[in-house]
Design a protein around this ligand. Structure first.
Ligand code: NAD
Length: 290
């Protein structure tokens, strides 16, 4: 069995996989490989799959499978697995970090100090306690975030198209969540249903001055409508880890918009998560070989 590690995994993984066969990180060898390991960077499109005639197994280290042509893989008899449980804590902690940085003015305070300013009087903070966190998508990551937010005294409401019960989140219709939230965090997968979910129409239903956090997928937010809302103050801050592509095009409007907090798609990139993903990859290949 020849295994291609196509994207960034924990450095120990290569050695751990040697018991299954030959392991390479040379993406030029894809045509010879039986198994390919990907994260976000590699796109397993029809063309990619056609260029890999030996391929039997694609493992996506992470949650979303939107970078794999699932239908075509199925047609070709290629098994596709992901590691959905591994990343929940890593992503939820980043969503929480983005959220708590806003009322604490961390970025503005840091930048003012870098600029040799002492803005002790100007930098007014506020607290998360007593505020409403709204979740769009109450799955694994949304639920972990809800648990952390409740520990900070937030009231957590959420909307999920399929989940109808949660012990962490008060489930509501989408419009109620949009209307009640002081902080709104997105945790839905990207698909035809969720593309541009946050747009002019849904933004109009939000509270004035809401903070929107996105560690889901960049394309769930309509960038032009978000820029308008940030300029008008309807949305006070957009904190995002996710983009329409990795990296986004240089002219992507949110890169230069006011009150945007940005991270380069690092939600899953904790060292602990990479180790957990590695464990799951080993388990998937072991089961595949049985
Ligand atoms: P999950 O499947 O456990 O939860 C997603 C939830 O969204 C599900 O409960 C589902 O019912 C709900 N949902 C689907 N369509 C919906 C809709 N139209 N409206 C409302 N709810 C809807 O997945 P998860 O592990 O919580 O991950 C959520 C998403 O986070 C992933 O799909 C991925 O896009 C993103 N993610 C980002 C990073 C990152 O690095 N920033 C890492 C991992 C995952």
């Amino acid at each position: 069995m020849k295994i291609l590690i196509s994207d960034a995994f924990d450095p120990s993984l290569s050695d751990r996989l040697k018991k299954f066969g030959e392991v390479t990180e040379d993406t030029d060898l894809v045509a010879e490989c039986d198994v390919v390991l990907i994260r976000s960077k590699t796109k397993c499109t029809k063309e990619y799959i056609d260029a890999a005639p030996n391929l039997k197994l694609i493992i996506r280290g992470g949650v979303g499978l939107d970078n794999v042509d699932l239908e075509y893989a199925k047609e070709k008899g290629i098994a596709v697995h992901n590691t959905p449980e591994a990343s929940s804590v890593a992503v939820a902690e980043l969503a929480f970090a983005l959220m708590i940085s806003v009322p604490n003015r961390i970025i503005a305070a840091h930048n003012s100090m870098v600029d040799d300013k002492w803005e002790k009087k100007q930098l007014k903070r506020s607290e998360l306690m007593g505020k409403v966190l709204g979740l769009i998508g109450v799955g694994r990551i949304g639920t972990v975030l809800a648990n952390r937010a409740r520990a900070f005294g937030m009231h957590v409401v959420g909307h999920d198209k399929f989940v109808k019960w949660s012990d962490q989140v008060e489930l509501k219709e989408m419009d109620s969540v949009l209307g009640e939230s002081d902080y709104l965090s997105l945790h839905v997968p990207f698909n035809a249903d969720t593309e541009n979910l946050i747009n002019k129409k849904s933004i109009a239903k939000m509270k004035d001055g809401v903070v929107v956090i996105n560690t889901g997928r960049g394309k769930c937010v309509n960038a032009e409508d978000m820029v308008d809302a940030l300029k008008s103050g309807k949305i006070s801050t957009y904190a995002t880890d996710v983009w329409p592509s990795d990296p986004p095009p240089a002219d992507y409007p949110l890169l230069k918009a006011p009150n945007v907090i940005m991270t380069p798609h690092i939600g899953a990139s904790t060292k602990e998560n990479l180790l957990r993903i590695g464990d799951q990859v080993v388990e998937i290949i072991t089961n595949f070989n049985k």
